[in-house]
Unconditional design. Structure first.
Length: 352
């Protein structure tokens, strides 16, 4: 899960089942999810792990104890850890390392407790070390700046302790990668005649400005005619018929549509901000946020084309009245005998 949901839920889960048990449950659940077809890509997409450059991934990871090694080797690579160190590994843990090594998606480093263990695991793990080894920097603090500074040395591998990952959240690897290798902003160039060659952030900003303009137009329509042609075609009623049915209906629809207009303006401001302040500067998270929002909102266009209404909660079209065989009163008793109903009009005409 992303950091903004991880931190609130972490406290709740710790209060429910205990701090240490909640950590184990979260890691085990994450490992199980990565084993599901498509689960690894899903976790990587949410955490930003797939966007970390290979040059950083090969030197960024975590150090974990033996008791969580089985789950850590499966789960942490999806978050962006390219190196997982298991320490200390004794003779009783050799079988475990042999079992988790095949199919791994990371560089497996083993710190052996004895020379015999090192000899047994030679060729099983990617690296087997005894004691301390130069080039490994284990962090007990979650400072992104410290990790990025250590990665500035090409010969250094940075490994975060479990405490760092628990406190910082699943996005720690991505934040360190961005600090170590800042994104490249879009280059300034003269506008191209061919729109296909325009920078991506231009299109993002244009969509945002279009949403703002559309929201202002929707507000003007709400304060003016209120109902557009597709509304009257769908309902079979105009503004006067709505007021005749219930005098509060017009105000209710106005409230609903002015809310829509405000939402469109807010989304437009968000899109323009993501384009200008994020995509233009090369921040990948802004592009993914933009695409995720569009993936949810754009399909509503197809709903409108198929149903004639933007709202999925819109009731079905008014049916013909069983008393007068007309759709104009919609079978509503309050309108049946009124001027909208042919029976009501004929009755009024024949009245003395």
């Amino acid at each position: 899960m992303p950091d903004w949901t991880y931190h609130p839920l972490r406290a709740l889960l710790a209060a429910a089942v205990g701090r240490r048990r909640s950590h184990r449950l979260a890691l085990r659940a994450l490992a199980a999810l990565t084993d599901v077809p498509g689960g690894f890509r899903l976790v990587s997409a949410v955490s930003g792990g797939f966007d970390i450059p290979a040059a950083v991934t090969a030197r960024l990871g975590a150090t974990v104890p033996v008791d969580v090694a089985h789950d850590a080797v499966r789960a942490l690579p999806a978050l962006g850890a390219g190196v997982v160190e298991v320490r200390p590994v004794g003779s009783a843990d050799v079988a475990l390392i042999r079992r988790i090594a095949p199919g791994r998606r990371c560089i497996l480093v083993v710190t052996a407790a004895t020379p015999q263990v090192a000899a047994d695991l030679a060729g099983i793990a990617d690296r087997v070390i005894l004691g301390e080894e130069a080039g490994l920097r284990r962090l007990d603090g979650g400072s992104v700046a410290d990790a990025a500074a250590a990665l500035a040395d090409p010969a250094t591998t940075v490994l975060a302790s479990p405490g760092v990952l628990v406190a910082a959240g699943p996005g720690w690897f991505h934040r360190v990668a961005e600090a170590a290798m800042p994104p490249v902003p879009a280059t300034r160039s003269r506008p191209a005649v061919d729109p296909r060659r325009w920078p991506a952030w231009w299109w993002g900003a244009l969509v945002g400005l279009g949403m703002i303009a559309g929201g202002l137009v929707a507000a003007a329509i709400t304060l003016g005619p209120l109902l557009l042609w597709y509304d009257t075609d769908y309902l079979g009623w105009n503004r006067d018929r709505l007021r005749a049915l219930n005098e509060h209906l017009v105000h209710f629809v106005q409230h609903d549509r002015i809310t829509l207009a405000g939402t469109m303006v807010a989304i437009g401001v968000l899109y323009a901000g993501l384009a200008w302040g994020g995509i233009r500067r090369g921040w990948s998270w802004s592009r993914y946020a933009y695409l995720a929002s569009g993936a949810v909102g754009f399909p509503t266009l197809f709903y409108f084309l198929s149903s004639g209404s933007w709202s999925p909660c819109t009731p079905p079209r008014p049916s013909r009245c069983s008393r007068c065989s007309s759709w104009r009163c919609g079978g509503v008793p309050a309108l049946h005998d009124g001027p909208s109903c042919p029976t009501g009009r004929s009755r009024s005409a024949s009245a003395p």
